[in-house]
Structure formats: C-alpha cells, structure tokens
Design a protein around this ligand. Structure first.
Ligand code: PMV
Length: 388
C-alpha cells in the first residue's frame, strides 16, 4: 500500500492593515481569503516529471535523468529537513526551463517553475509524476498567489511522504497537524525565497494556517477571530512593482523622518486596535454591526496613512470614491500603486447594493470578487487512486 495521488488546496491572503509600515517595524494584520490554489500530484510509471499549469494552458515535462544531472543530491531526499536552494543550484535549474520555451509574456512564471523543481526534487527525489496546478487567484495582484502555490505544492509533497501521518483512506478534505503544518510552512518559505528573493514570510504563513495573523518584525501571532468578515476585492488590473513602491516609502522616510515615524506609529496602533476588535466576540446583530463599523473606520484610517506614504494610485482612488457613494469604505491591500482594493461588506448589507457597486466598478474596467476572509488554511484530499 502506498500513497500515489493527492490533491491539496491553499488560500490566498489580504493585508487588512499595516502594509509598508510593517517594513519599518509596525504591526500588520493579514487574513486568508476563500480563493485557493490547488495542486494534484499523481505518481506515475515512466521516466518523466510533468508540470501542468491548467489556467495558463502551459505544460512542461522533463526526463527524470535530466533532472538528476542538474540537481544531483537527492537519491535519498529528506523531506523532514527544509533546505534552501543555493544560488548555484538555482542557476543550474534555470537550464531546465530555458529549454522549455516559456512564452515571453509568461516569463515571470520562470521563478515559479524553479521553485517547483526545487521543492519536488528536495522532498521526493527522482520519482516520475504528473503535477497539476489550478488557481482561483489572479497572479501578481497582491493576493498571495505565489505563496498559495508554494504551500499547496509543499503540502502535497509532504502528504505523500513519511512526514505526515494522515489517514489516507479517509474521504474529503483533511487538515494536517500543527507540527506538519509547521514543516509545510518552512518548505513553502524556501519556495517563496526562490520566487521573491527576500519575502517576509507573512504570505506563506497565512496560506498554511489560514484564519488571521498579526505580524511584527518577523514575529507571527495567530489570531482567533470568531465573526466571519466578508470583503469585496476589486482588482484594478493596474500592474505594480512592489520593490519600487517599498523603496519610494523608504526615500520619503529619509526626507521626512519625524513625520514618517509618526505615520508608522499611527499604523502600528491601527493594526493593534484591529487585532483586538477582530478577537472580541459578537453574539448578536448589534454587536456584529458595531464590530464591523470599527473595522471599516480603521480600514479608512489606514488608507489615509497609505496615501501619506505615497502608495495610492488614481485607479485606487476611483475605487474608494465609487464605494463611498454606497457608504462603503475601502483600503488598498498589499503594495498599492494599483493591485487590489478591499471593501468591507457588512453582514446586513443588502445584496442589491453589492450588485450595484460591483456593476459600477466593473464598468470602470475593474474585476470584482466577493471573498470570505479568515477561513481554512491548507487542506489535503486523497482521491480514490491514492491507495494501491
Ligand atoms: O502586494 P504584496 O502582497 O506583495 O504586499 C507587499 C506588502 C509590503 O508591506 C508592501 C511589503 C512587505 O514585504 O511587507
């Protein structure tokens, strides 16, 4: 009896408060969203490793012998020990996808393919398999699509290893134990490093454990929220460069250190207030509404401070103005300069209003999704072919 096939799903994330200021030592709060990336692995006979990116209609395949030549050290892989990929190995891995003719427009995928090849080989060695990826998350919009990919992939690879004690005869979605999730999170972080260089770790952590987390100077606290919050996420579809935006905030901080220190301190207080509010219980409609009012107010205050930092954008301002017409409050999420905007949808808000605001935003060329936030993290499902 062996584990041969598995499917996992891992959620994307939003930053509810504290982006940018977190880089300068303030607290940030992030939450999972119920849009996921899924990875299926099927070990198969033959001598090929295949990667299918369904949404992009891309397929890669490598002869196992070729992978062994390029990444030679994994005859006996050790999935229980997360390993960073050295820069020399990363360079050799590049030769594996250079031969695959990735279309020019999709070249940003190359680092994701490298992360795949590293995580697969370092945990499973040279087993032939077909790995299929599907995602509900837009790429490069600040919703944590790369982290969700790394978490779903690491989760699937570890679920098929001896590191996870799962009952694979069980039907439906399963969750891993905390120690197993810790291991998935560490491997996913190694994948994120290949994709992003120096990630903070917030995205893979939210995607692994789900729910909400507070993050300050690299220290992560998992929050216990008991009221579900619903957000409208508007993708402005304006591309942004996180690195340049972060650098812009640092330059402004050098020019006006005293003023910017006050801005960062204010953001820190907003994030802490938000964490407290999220964790208070609300047992009836009045209490829920009060809680949502405060969350909205803090989001609006944070947006004002993000404007102070210079990371808003004309497209973001259009979303803010449009939602405010319906008395709904919004803030950018992630790096800003375009990307996605969050609008809290209060529990008692009529669906007619939601439909109207979505129609107006979409008529501006934006793309809207409604998302539940603070839901499950990584989940695993063994299909019928999981046992032989
Ligand atoms: O857009 P994202 O999800 O990559 O968010 C970037 C968040 C920043 O605070 C701007 C940068 C960071 O590393 O925390």
């Amino acid at each position: 009896m062996g584990r041969m096939a598995v499917t996992t799903r891992a959620p994307g994330k939003i930053i509810l408060a504290g982006e940018h200021a977190v880089v300068h030592g303030s607290t940030a709060v992030a939450a999972s969203i119920n849009l996921c990336t899924s990875v299926s692995i099927l070990f198969s006979p033959g001598d090929m490793l295949k990667l299918e990116l369904k949404d992009m209609e891309l397929e890669f395949s490598w002869p196992i012998g070729k992978i062994k030549e390029v990444i030679p050290d994994f005859d006996t892989p050790s999935p229980s020990t997360p390993l960073p990929c050295s820069s020399e190995t990363l360079k050799s891995i590049a030769s594996l996808y250079e031969e695959q003719n990735i279309p020019e427009a999709k070249i940003t995928l190359a680092s994701g393919v490298s992360a795949f090849l590293w995580l697969y080989t370092a945990t499973q060695g040279y087993k032939p398999a077909t790995v299929t990826v599907t995602s509900e998350l837009p790429l490069g919009a600040g919703l944590g699509s790369s982290a969700a990919f790394c978490v779903a992939l690491s989760g699937a690879l570890l679920a098929l290893s001896e590191c996870c004690e799962l009952d694979y005869s069980q039907q439906g979605w399963l969750t891993l134990r905390n120690s197993e999730l810790d291991l998935v999170n560490k491997w996913a972080f190694e994948g994120e490093k290949i994709i992003h260089g120096r990630p903070s770790g917030i995205d893979n952590t939210v995607s692994t454990y789900g729910n909400m987390i507070q993050f300050k100077s690299g220290e992560i606290t998992r929050l216990k929220s008991n009221t579900p919050l619903k957000m409208l996420i508007t993708n402005t579809k304006v591309g942004r460069n996180t690195k340049a935006l972060v650098a812009g905030v640092s330059e402004r901080t050098l020019r006006y250190p005293e003023a910017m220190t006050c801005v960062f301190k204010a953001v820190d207080s907003i994030s802490k207030e938000l964490s407290n509010i999220i964790q208070t219980s609300a047992s009836n409609d009045i209490a829920v509404t009060e809680k949502e009012d405060k969350v909205e107010e803090l989001m609006e205050m944070n947006q004002g401070l993000l404007q102070c930092m210079g990371v808003s954008h004309a497209s973001i301002e259009t979303v803010l103005r449009t939602t405010l017409k319906y008395k709904l409050r919004s803030k950018l999420t992630g790096a800003g300069g375009g990307g996605c905007v969050l609008t809290l949808l209060p529990t008692l808000l009529s669906s007619i209003v939601v439909d109207k605001v979505v129609a107006e935003l979409e008529s501006c060329g934006f793309q809207c999704f409604t998302a539940g936030i603070g839901g499950n993290g990584l989940e695993v499902c063994f299909s019928d072919n999981a046992q032989i």
